[in-house]
Design a protein around this ligand. Structure first.
Ligand SMILES: Nc1ncnc2c1ncn2[C@@H]1O[C@H](COP(=O)(O)OP(=O)(O)OP(=O)(O)O)[C@@H](O)[C@H]1O
Ligand SMILES: [Mg+2]
Length: 382
């Protein structure tokens, strides 16, 4: 798939900006604070129904405005054009997502329809942050390729929230929790078993995607690896049913500790997904450059993984990725990215992209200034 056009109305500092994109690399150029990332964020609304980093739609609404709107024409691989629109009204606190003027509900059903891979400084915690950051990454990749996984993930979160509330209330009231927890335990086992089993398989499959991307970026001297350390003893399990049985018995074992602490101690919300280079833990031993390269490799791996599994080839959003790399690595990455699919790149420096624009008519360059598009350079004119 690719976006042919995009309009932003009252979206952050863009009061009314319109783009006609190329099918290749679209470079969004401009000084700091001009509104480049805001365009990337708007595209994330179209693909994920929300910002890839802002916690609330209200933050995205243009200052002093009542309503924002993002609209795009998306060309699918089967040759159809889809008019995709997201609008948010502050007064009604209502967000509407529509495709060809038809409201889509629930929003969760959109995930995976317009697959996207986003790499931005906001994603740095995937390699350097807590296990929750890595779980979030893995969850989004699998969710975009599997509606069943996304459904089970949302259900698991719901169950966990309720179960923790029951445990915490019982702790304060000093009640016996066994009876009240009963209805939640079996659901935790079912959805928790599903997530655990699928994450295990995902990590096994994803390894080769990361290795290929990482080697392409830096050569074969460094071996990147992704692992899976679930809260449960997965080595003993040969099937999802085994995982469920194990979770059930662990819940029984940890019942007293859960009651004492008032939280759920068993389940995939406690998984770790360790990342290593040459066997060394990335979080403890990697250089800044290795962190950045690993992050890009994870995202390129995500692209190829989703391309294999989704009906559409994902679009790629690279926010500030190039400004952090030297010119040599930038060019190498750019050549690689050229082969992927439609890509959106933000940058403050045009130099790296000049060669690119001269080489192909698919690429375009846009100058953004103060929340407006001030110049568009199709490569034919470069
Ligand atoms: N809700 C909002 N309404 C209006 N303007 C906003 C809103 N939120 C942020 N801004 C403005 O958007 C601008 C930042 O835009 P953006 O993050 O896209 O910049 P950028 O071009 O990516 O900059 P950099 O190169 O530093 O990353 C700032 O000027 C900020 O004041
Ligand atoms: Mg930015």
């Amino acid at each position: 798939m690719h976006l042919t056009s995009l309009t932003l109305k009252n979206f952050r500092n863009h009061s009314d900006t319109a783009f006609d994109f190329g099918e290749g690399i679209n470079v969004l150029l401009g000084d700091n604070g001009q509104g480049k990332t805001n365009v990337i964020e708007a595209i994330s609304y179209l693909c994920l129904t929300k910002s890839f980093y802002a916690a609330s739609d209200g933050f995205v609404l243009g200052f002093g405005k009542e309503m924002f709107e993002v609209e795009s024409t998306i060309a699918t691989e089967s040759g159809h054009l889809r008019r995709v629109r997201v609008a948010y009204s502050a007064d009604a606190n209502e967000k509407v997502f529509s495709v060809n003027r038809q409201k889509i509900e629930p929003f969760s059903s959109v995930i995976g329809t317009f697959p996207v891979v986003i790499c931005s400084p906001e994603h740095a915690p995937i390699t350097s942050g807590s296990p929750a950051d890595r779980r979030r990454f893995v969850d989004l990749v699998i969710s975009q390729s599997s509606a069943v996984y996304f459904h089970d993930l949302l259900e698991y979160r719901r169950v966990l929230r309720h179960r923790n509330k029951v445990l915490s209330d019982a702790r304060w009231k000093q009640e016996d929790t066994a009876a009240v927890l009963e209805p939640w335990n079996e659901q935790l086992v079912t959805f928790g078993g599903s997530l655990t089993w699928r994450r295990k398989h995902f990590v096994e499959e994803f390894q080769s995607f990361i290795t290929t991307a990482y080697h392409h970026l830096v050569g074969t001297e460094e071996e990147p690896a992704i692992g899976y350390k679930p809260g449960t003893r997965i080595d003993e399990c040969a099937s999802q049913k085994d995982v469920e049985a194990l979770l059930r018995s662990e819940l029984a074992e940890k019942g007293a500790a859960e009651a004492r602490l008032g939280i759920t101690l068993v389940g995939p919300h406690r998984d770790e997904i360790p990342l290593t280079i040459n066997g060394l833990d990335l979080r403890r031993f990697a250089s800044q450059g290795q962190h950045k390269t690993f992050l890009v490799a994870l995202k390129l791996g995500e692209f190829f993984y989703l391309k294999e599994r989704c009906d559409e080839t994902p679009i790629v959003l690279l926010d500030d990725v190039f400004s952090e790399l030297d010119e040599h690595r930038s060019l190498k990455l750019l050549r690689y990215v050229e082969e992927l699919n439609q890509t959106f790149v933000t940058s403050t420096t045009p130099q790296v992209f000049d060669h690119l624009l001269q080489r192909s008519g698919k690429h375009k360059l846009f100058m953004i200034q103060n929340g407006a598009l001030v110049q568009e350079r199709p490569s034919a004119l470069a």
